[in-house]
Design a protein around this ligand. Sequence first.
Ligand SMILES: [Zn+2]
Ligand SMILES: [Zn+2]
Length: 428
Amino acid sequence: MVEAPSIRGWLRAVRAVHAFPPGTRGAVWRAARELIREPGAAAYRAARDAGAGRPPDHPSTAGLPARFGERIGVRRCGICATDDVAIDEWVAVGAQLVCGECGRAVLGGALVWGRLAAAYRGRVGSPRRALGEVYRAVVEFKERRGDWVALAAPLARALALCIDTLVTRDDGPDRGGAGGDRLAGATRLAGAGTGRRAVLVPVPSYRGRRPHVLQLVALAAVRLPRVSLRLHALTKTHDFTQKGLTRREREAESAGAYAVRAAWRRGLQGRHVIIADDLVTTGATLDACARALLAAGAATVDGAAVVRVVRAPPERVVMLGPRQVRVQLRELDGRGRIPIDPGAGLIWVQFACSARCPATALAGPYPLPGLDVVGRHRWMCRCGSAHLVRVRREWLGAHRECLAVAAGDRRPAELLVAILQGPPAYVS
Ligand SMILES: [Zn+2]
Ligand SMILES: [Zn+2]
């Protein structure tokens, strides 16, 4: 879907530049030029397929730098893009996995949008730095702190790749083949095949006070010549903050807060609309915008976001990253959240089986092993896969002790490690 530079691309570059404040436009113009000229998603996919032996990247994140933040795993929900193994009841639908929360929403008829494409996972206050980095980048860009203009290009590129997967039918290993795209097909793209372009709409801010999403979408659009751009189709009719609200409270605040501008209603009739945002946490904003667009006549609505925010771990549980993780006991103690007394306690390890298996394992409890001893535990999935869970404590000097956990030889989307402190009363 990403094509060679076109007149439309250059016109959009000009438009994107003018969405930024005057002092920054030279830098934004250079960024837009780079974005137009660099290889598109199709080239990334070709490069990825050529790199045999490596686990395939998801098409929406192929080609994105990992050091900028933590990319969402290939094993992700086909609807909301979460790869959080703390969510229960994953199911396999065709060739895709759907998380329990989306499964329940679909069955209850509560889901009005089709699917979400997102590039990075993020969470504030995570002991894992990678989760915080891209989140912080988005906030810095939004609040214009530091070298925020330099963040425009990588954030816009991430958004463009996500949008590209929503408008491209053949978009990766999860699609095509016998199982194909049945689940997504059931909820989306009534307009596919009509030859009409998808419409791209940013989530608006109240009275344009926070133009960061509009700026990112304007910049991302230079790479998406076949998508119709409608920067001002939506408007936010009243202001509120979502910070610290639960999902239900967010839904109540968001409901009716967005409307389609009368001038744009006609252009949305029967179209496939993509709503773009910087962060998606509960999906309440996406839901409210989708309802406004569908009421205005849109045929189907999908969402795209730079960051899929994963929820905060429950108390005494640490969210950890792919494949192998290390917890600095002192670091966690310093946060005052997980007081670990070295040498005591039990550990549970929760991890996802594989990219194709809906099962998440809750393995344990295992005793914390002795220093420099590797505890090895076998866990058998009902799909027949065997996983080896390794837990190792390492002495690194006074007050420096590490706990390293690895689950299996396959790449789990995420590990969730719970450590219970105190004397193991019921385990000898
Ligand atoms: Zn989901
Ligand atoms: Zn399995």
